[in-house]
Design a protein around this ligand. Structure first.
Ligand SMILES: *Cc1c(COP(=O)(O)O)cnc(C)c1O
Length: 467
């Protein structure tokens, strides 16, 4: 079919059995578009002197190519994956998993009408965020709280409501950038507050803050350096001392904590991180933190602390633009309620359950899965000790023990193996270490589903042969 005039028409391709089944699956418009795209590509190739398909089933050929393109497009987008990266709260893989109670609350909120802004006792309009805010106040001991879309929103709202048109003092050692898009100086500019930097990258002293305070100062901001540490010759002003400086000057101290740690996590093997309660006890007037980092809930942001300041934030026009939808609000309430039983968190909250898994348990799981992976790859697979990390800009330098399956892929084949794993029905995301793919099992949430699809590695991806 080197002759362009013998190319099938769009309708011919649509009429083939493959074309018909594509319409049933993807709809008329998308199928037609995909076939037209394939025909355009084929026309280009023929003009370039490449051979085309045999004339007898050209329509079918084009329909099948369109089907492959449509299937490929369907694979992109947000799909379930196995997170075997060894990073528990992986921002690219969706951070915290919902607790079962949160999943139930969210699905109910999706399927049924909800007393979202309705007071069931009084039978009239109620306050949308009130139950979640009451729970935050109850758990943290804060006077009041406000919930918004995420922690970036929380910081933006606090600065807009309390410091617009005036100065915000921040240490030079705390001007963070998170994930490229959250840069503290830019957030400040968006909120309309002027950044007053104090100290140096490695050392900021109480006198630096005191000297910067003037008639234009609206507040002092302390920012948790979530994704890096300044080490060596360093000084920072601790929360309690900074609170005293702010109080003496009659200014609010806002502490952006990043991760919302509501309980001491060290009993589950995670290094200690300052809790929301501790920051408030140190004298912060407001704290801000995320819902989907160490707190283990849906994406959300919190502002907690002094009632007059929280109310000023909640009354700002931006609050409406940053509010949570009903599904996340329902999930958030359910998650926060779990914190009433901190002793049960390792059962009820997936993030904490993941931290709480013992090395012995992970090693047994690894030994159990090893023969299946080895058989699928036709290669030796080893059980190795590794280091997992929290992720999401929490405890950047801390690692904790974990166990992984290590599949050697010598001769530059590690990329190919990793790619094949990503093309499984439930894509497996591991990490490449030298000439091997390492699959950290700490976050493996469904070992049987993982095992069940391994054999497809040999059938759909025979190129993976590593022998
Ligand atoms: C993560 C983080 C943020 C941003 O929080 P999101 O919930 O991702 O918007 C802001 N500040 C600090 C210190 C953080 O660690």
């Amino acid at each position: 079919m080197s002759d362009l005039r013998t190319l099938p028409s769009v309708d011919e391709a649509l009429r083939t059995p493959t074309g018909q089944s594509l319409i049933a699956r993807h709809g008329q418009a998308a199928t037609r578009r995909a076939i037209r795209t394939e025909l355009d590509a084929l026309r280009l190739r023929l003009r370039g002197g490449e051979p085309g398909p045999a004339r007898v089933d050209a329509g079918l050929f084009v329909a099948e190519a369109a089907g492959a393109a449509l299937a490929g497009a369907e694979r992109s987008g947000a799909r379930r994956v196995f997170n075997l990266t060894g990073t528990v709260l992986h921002t690219n893989l969706g951070r915290a998993l919902y607790a079962e109670a949160a999943v139930e609350a969210a699905t109910t909120a999706m399927r049924h009408p909800l007393s979202l802004e309705y007071d069931l006792d009084a039978g009239r309009r109620g306050q949308r965020d009130e139950p979640a805010q009451r729970l935050v106040a109850e758990i943290t001991g804060a006077e009041d709280a406000c919930v918004v879309n995420n922690n970036a929103s929380a910081v933006l709202l606090v600065l807009a409501a309390l410091a617009q048109g005036r100065e915000t003092i921040v240490s030079r050692g705390e001007l963070i950038e998170i994930g490229g898009s959250f840069r503290m100086p830019d957030v400040m500019a968006s909120a309309g507050t002027r950044l007053r930097e104090v100290g140096t990258t490695n050392r900021t002293h109480p006198r630096d803050y005191r000297a910067a305070i003037g008639p234009e100062t609206a507040l002092i901001l302390k920012v948790h350096t979530s994704n890096y540490r300044v080490m060596g010759f360093t000084t920072e002003v601790a929360g309690a001392e900074l609170a005293a400086i702010a109080r003496n000057a009659g200014l609010p101290l806002v502490d952006d904590l990043g991760s919302g740690v509501l309980v001491d996590l060290s009993r589950w093997g995670v290094a200690r991180e300052r809790t929301v309660q501790e920051a408030l006890a140190d004298g912060a007037d407001l704290v801000t933190f995320s819902g989907d980092k160490l707190l283990g809930g849906p994406q959300a942001g919190f502002i907690a602390g002094r009632r007059d300041l929280v109310r000023a934030c909640a009354a700002h026009p931006l609050k409406r633009a940053l509010r949570l939808d009903k599904v996340r609000l329902a999930a958030l309430e359910a998650t926060l309620r779990l914190y009433r039983h901190t002793e049960r968190l390792a059962e009820t909250l997936p993030t904490i359950r993941t931290f709480a898994r013992t090395v012995a348990e992970l090693r047994a799981l690894a030994e159990d899965l090893r023969p299946s992976l080895a058989a699928a790859l036709g290669a030796e697979v080893a059980v190795v000790d590794t280091e997992a990390q929290v992720g999401s800009g929490a405890l950047p330098l801390e690692t904790f023990e974990s166990v992984a399956l290590r599949a050697p892929a010598p001769g530059g084949r590690a990329e190919r193996l990793a790619s094949a794993l990503r093309r499984l029905p439930i894509p497996v995301i591991g990490r490449i270490e030298r000439d091997a793919v390492v699959l950290d099992l700490r976050c493996l949430d469904d070992a049987e589903a993982f095992r069940a699809q391994l054999l497809e590695l040999t059938t759909i991806f025979p190129e993976v042969d590593l022998s």
